[in-house]
Design a protein around this ligand. Sequence first.
Ligand code: GLU
Length: 299
Amino acid sequence: MPDSSTPYRGRFAPSPTGPLHLGSLIAALASYLDARAQQGSWLVRIDDLDPPREEPGAAAGILQSLRCHALHWDEDILYQSQRSLPYQKVLDTLQAKGLLFACDCTRTQLDANGNCGGDCCRRQTDITDPAALRAHLPKGSVIRFTDQLQGQQTLASGQPINDFVVRRKDGLDAYQLAVVVDDAAQGINHVVRGSDLLDTTVKQVFLQQQLGYPTPVYCHLPVITNSQGQKFSKQTHARPLDDDVAAGNLRLALSFLGQPDPLPGLLQPAEILTFATTHWQRDRIPARAAIDAATIGVT
Ligand code: GLU
């Protein structure tokens, strides 16, 4: 955990699968405000690791939307699609530590928790391509971290996760690997993002520990859900943000985050952000996993 004299470095890491929607704006805004309120840097990374899920032009559209909301980032943007070399190096390190195994399980062979179900660990010499690479948790390992909002999180090997994919069967590097390598490479010491990623964070902490990387401070925000209780996302047809009403979007996102309403006379996104940075109180964010959009009047 970083000590208080280390400069704060936070980030927003969208996947370019579609335009920003209110849910992603909430994550961008909270990570931005938490960083700026502590005189920190705020970086943007494009998680373009998965070309089949990518939408052409989405990365540029997301960046344009951030600019329209006055969410200006520091430093150069990192594109994960250009990072295969460092990912390979880290895979080699994990391999040398005996933490990886090849797994040729089909989806139906995995167990209910997504663990390898085909005993691949013991069949290594029989396994041929295409195969995924999985990291396995040594027996008896217990990984813990305390989330600023969601409290203590624990993963003990086998309960329910034994192993997880670090390189996919189709040869693409997996999110769990890339996020750990890039957060460390960029010196990120605070991660503010949606609670839909809370379960996967223990896997990231496990990799950090194995690789000797520091573990950032984590803050997992409630996700915004529609009337059916589904998280806002492209799959649930969340409406793209209208950049022409950026100030209104920011006001809605602040209300979702339990922050004080910016003064009515503040009309420009940059003015709203200055107000919100000065008044930012992380402990006013509801410590919940999900909140219905209707509570902030969005239907
Ligand atoms: N790219 C991920 C997403 O859009 C977020 C990654 C992260 O914040 O660690 O869900």
